[in-house]
Ligand binder design. Structure first.
Ligand code: PSV
Ligand code: MN
Length: 432
């Protein structure tokens, strides 16, 4: 597999020189300010550097809505090209070393060769995603009325087989988890039996779980609506928690931030799942109205911070299952997808580092004393701290870019790819 144009290490170094003196000045100033708060900036740089979030293979191409898609030049046309784009994000960011593949969109002709190619780019694979929410060309039976929960056993069997195939591909790629999101549900009241469809869901999942290797986990991704517009089978975290508990110790819930009705207290959902030992991971993104798949931290950065505060504070208390998979799941309709991914990864890392700044002891004391104002003030003090110098230093230490977006733009990466990857003809709706 060919990589085509790559940003050279010498170009990256040259670009970093442009930003170095300002970055150093700001780092020193923040270091001093944090010292007066009794916080070591070096420790935060180390923890920021150890942070990782996986890239969604499906988000390096331009996304779309059900109305249209407006692709820019240089879109990846193959799974190999998607990996090259992910490698570029990782080269600049240094915190995105894994890619979450989606089958059959990324179905490799030779999984071992794809794994080797990914490794040659410094990448590995995160959770593998199955797809029974679309019919594929040549598929025997349709998922129009459901997949794992379909009334027809033969359709359920086909959907189960697809998931088993995903596990087999994932084993060859080095994945350690399967994410199952289904579009099953109903558009009209009375269309499905809520009880029976959930029973069928569990029955199908049980077969899949039985085929899961011992060191694998299975993530149940819930969503309240879309494509089913009246009711979905796995609609919320409570149902996901019930199913994950029923299905045993390998099964966990996946929180896609966009999969909640407006104003849901997502940080509390996260806290509950963590406390119950059933939080498996995240699909990070942001939303204004529904499952908008907007860039992480673009709409509600305080919410993202509060999610990480729950994770960090539970970690401090040594509670919950902390083996979490952090993944991005976004649709980039009007931006260069690589720029969106870089910015999003940085926003997620930023929320994590800000959460590390929370004075946990002072917060616990404020809670004991029922001092609501002081408790909020403690959280806000952490949230207001501009940790950019820490993120920059962590990237620099790992050989990444001080300013990933400007470096990417200066490299002409997109223009190079536009030449190397002539656009496909025709229009199609994007992933929603
Ligand atoms: C569904 O909305 C979802 O969040 C699932 O994670 C899918 O795998 C992904 O988006 C792409 O369609
Ligand atoms: Mn998702």
């Amino acid at each position: 597999m060919e990589t085509g144009f790559r940003i050279s290490p010498s170009f990256l170094e040259e670009q970093n020189k442009r930003f170095e003196s300002e970055a150093n000045r700001e780092y020193d100033a923040l270091g001093e300010a944090l010292e007066t708060r009794g916080i070591s900036i070096e420790l935060l740089v180390r923890r920021a550097g150890a942070f990782e979030v996986a890239l969604p293979s499906w988000a390096v191409g331009t996304g779309g809505t059900r109305f249209a898609r407006f692709p820019a030049g240089g879109e990846p046309r193959t799974v190999g090209e998607k990996l090259v784009d992910c490698a570029t994000v990782h080269q600049l960011m240094r915190i995105t070393p894994r890619v979450s593949p989606h089958i059959p969109w990324d179905k490799p002709a030779e999984p071992q060769a794809l794994k080797a190619f990914a490794e040659s780019l410094g990448l590995g694979f995160d959770a593998i995603n199955s797809n029974t929410f679309q019919d594929q060309p040549g598929q025997n039976l349709s998922y129009k009325f459901g997949s794992l929960t379909h009334t027809d056993k033969a359709v359920r069997r086909q959907a189960i087989e697809h998931n088993l195939e995903c596990i087999e591909i994932g084993k060859k790629l080095g994945s350690k988890a399967l994410t199952v999101w289904i579009g099953d549900g109903s558009n009209l009241p009375g269309q499905i039996s809520f009880r029976q469809s959930l029973d069928r869901y569990l029955e199908s999942l049980r077969v899949i779980v039985n085929h899961l290797p011992n060191d694998w986990r299975l993530f149940l991704e819930y969503k309240p609506y879309e494509p089913a517009l009246y009711a979905t089978v796995l609609n919320d975290w409570g149902t996901a928690y019930y199913c994950a508990t029923d299905l045993g110790s390998k099964v966990f819930c996946l929180v896609d931030l966009g999969h909640h009705l407006p104003n849901t207290n997502i940080e509390m959902v996260v806290s509950r799942l963590l406390q119950f030992g059933k939080l498996g991971g995240f699909h990070f993104n942001d939303s204004k109205y529904g499952d908008d798949d907007l860039d992480a931290g673009s709409i509600k950065p305080f919410q993202l911070f509060l999610v990480f505060h729950e994770l960090v504070s539970a970690g401090e208390e040594r509670r919950g299952n902390q083996n979490l998979s952090y993944m991005i799941d976004q649709s980039h309709n009007v931006t260069d997808p690589l720029e969106s991914l870089m910015l999003s990864a940085e926003e997620i890392q930023r929320a994590y580092v800000q959460a590390l700044l929370v004075d946990q002891k002072a917060l616990a004391a404020a809670q004991e004393e029922n001092d609501a104002i002081m408790a909020l003030r403690i959280l806000k003090e952490a949230f207001r701290t501009d940790v950019t110098p820490i993120l920059r230093r962590a990237r620099q230490n790992a050989g990444g870019a001080l300013d990933p977006i400007l470096t990417y733009r200066a490299s002409g990466y997109r223009a190079h790819k536009a030449k190397e990857r002539p656009a496909r003809s025709g229009t199609s709706a994007g992933i929603v």
